[in-house]
Ligand binder design. Structure first.
Ligand code: 4AZ
Length: 245
């Protein structure tokens, strides 16, 4: 997160950290953010999995504030399988959504605690007003060209941009589809950045935070351009269908 504030995982208990082990590279590497949506299911961005890792090389950590420092009460999971959207386009990042099933010996995987809790999905057809204040969180870089990811979870405050300001014209001629939404800080301070991908954009509706976007892409971080998010409301059926046993 560029700008923003350091945060505790208890303020973003749906935030997941996804790690990968590469063939012939020792150790585990931070890969992307994710979002717990059900005890055994995490959403993320399809582009995080373009290296086509086998599921057994992935690890999901819930309940952790410091990116690489285990928390006493954290919950770790291996991945049973992951599903990328069949129409994910690696050139435009259209349909940048992935669903990961956590491995467990029972029906339950994550246990609800102060630091681990599933995010609410929006009701079908939910359209929040332009400029609604939302928050974005992640363990990604503080600046585009920083060599390091953040050592602690951060949160940023961004507003939903009107569709009229979320087109290829506004984003360096990159393709922008209806499956994407834009959010940014009108003060140009807070924004998602590299390594935050796959993580949550949540907005309050009826006194509850709802998952509105998945961090997907942008032109730099915290410049004069908004970040681009996968528009979760367009995938509610895809999510339900793919969570079926
Ligand atoms: C990235 O590379 C990335 N400023 C994610 C979000 C944004 C830029 C880059 C938005 O993962």
């Amino acid at each position: 997160i560029k700008g923003g504030l350091y945060a505790d995982i208890s303020s973003h208990p749906w935030q997941a950290a996804i790690f990968a082990r590469y063939q012939r590279v020792p150790g585990e590497h931070f890969l992307c953010g994710g979002i717990l949506i059900k005890s055994c299911w995490v959403l993320s961005a399809a582009h995080c999995f373009q290296d086509r890792f086998s599921a057994n090389r992935l690890k999901i950590v819930l309940g952790r504030t410091y990116r690489v420092t285990p928390a006493e009460s954290e919950q770790q999971f291996q991945v049973e399988k992951y599903i990328l959207h069949g129409k994910f386009d690696p050139d435009t990042y259209d349909n940048d959504i992935a669903l990961l099933q956590l491995k467990s010996r029972s029906q339950k995987c994550a246990t609800e605690t102060d630091t681990v809790r599933a995010a609410c999905l929006p009701e079908p057809g939910l359209q929040l007003p332009d400029w609604t204040e939302c928050e974005v969180s992640g363990y990604g870089k503080h600046e585009e060209f920083s060599p390091f990811y953040s050592e602690q979870l951060k949160e940023g405050h961004v507003r939903l941009f009107p569709a009229s300001r979320c087109s290829s014209q506004h984003l360096a001629n990159q393709s922008v589809t209806k499956n994407m939404l834009c959010a940014g800080d009108t003060r140009q301070l807070d924004d998602a950045c590299k390594g935050d991908s796959g993580g949550p954009l949540v907005c309050t509706k009826d006194d509850r935070m709802h998952l509105i976007g998945i961090i997907s892409w942008g032109i730099g971080c915290g410049q004069d351009l908004p970040g681009v998010y996968t528009n979760v409301s367009r995938y509610l059926s895809w999510i339900q269908d793919n969570m079926k046993p």
